[in-house]
Design a protein around this ligand. Sequence first.
Ligand SMILES: [Zn+2]
Length: 401
Amino acid sequence: MITLCFAEPTLSINDIQVRSIEANITDVKFIFAEVPEIHYFILDHPSRLVVDVNNGRLQIPIHSAAFSGTLINALRQGTQPHQVLRLVFDLNAGVRVSKSMADPKTVVFELKSNSPQGQRPAAANNSSPVVMAQSPLSQNISNKMSTAAVVKTVPQGTRKVVVVIDPGHGGKDPGASGPRGSKEKNVVLAISQDLYTDINATAGMRAVMTRDGDYYLTLRQRLQKARDADADIFIAVHADAYQNAQSRGASVYALSLKGASSEAARWLAAKENYSELGGVDLSDKNDMLRSVLIDLSQTATISASLKLGDDILAQMGLFTALHHVAVEQARFVVLKSPDIPSVLVETGFLSNNTEELKLRDAQYQQKVAKAILKGVIAYFYQQPPEGTWIATQVKGQKREA
Ligand SMILES: [Zn+2]
């Protein structure tokens, strides 16, 4: 299922050079074809250096002979979810690692064994602070490698981020329909249910559906559900239709600020007990100031929404035509929560013969859900909300780097 939505890895690793600097110091130099995105960490018992390369592809065979006289015994490679190439260096000593860049495309890891002589039994090593991040990028590690991996969690945030999924339309409102009679309300519910399952299967994330059956909800009810769930983000899932049957491709929308402020004000007016917005206490502010603060909050929310939309669009663009190549902004009421980054994904055109065929196909629906999931993961790992489990993982990885 997962492999369905993966494009070929594109980042070439042109060479890996291993060199013994001193008896207890080994350098591992990676030469990439482009500026890489990598994560690395050390595991103990047995001692290993793990390097995850996003989109990585190893261009050359690496022979263990190249490691003689160094702290490295062997190199293994495997593929992780989310298009990550995982390289595991088996080490013959417990080490500390530091990373430096010779240039943006050349990364050097310096491995320094914890004993002056090197060759120290790894089991004796305790000084290396190991954080094995249970991020989606590395959570499968224990399946692939020794079960003796040391896992220290950083005791900070544990809250899961909440993703509210809003399947468009429903009940008396079928939405768009296709030449074969497919109804948008059914197609987007199926995609949303796949996404719901995927998100709940992802570490640090929890999904909530605004509707999980064929019934009608007003736009206000959808927004209210997002608010009640304390949503971190809101994703509306739709499928387009147009009189021109040639129209095709996916789009992602975020709110346009034009018209947002009056909407925000109306929303606020409707909420009598309203006192807090994104941490800003508004209870003692006058109405004028309130609407300014809401505008500011909305601006920040829209820029976060655009970021989220970009991340989703980038994933969708890997396997489907895009109707708009950038995130579009429009005045959709359903996107108007002043403080919840919100996007609307138009998954394709039901009115297009070919796209209708795809959109009603269960495998394709899963593919779309996976793409949205990957966009959501990218978004949260780049700007994790404070106090969340993901924020803790990201901090742990930074500390290690
Ligand atoms: Zn729709």
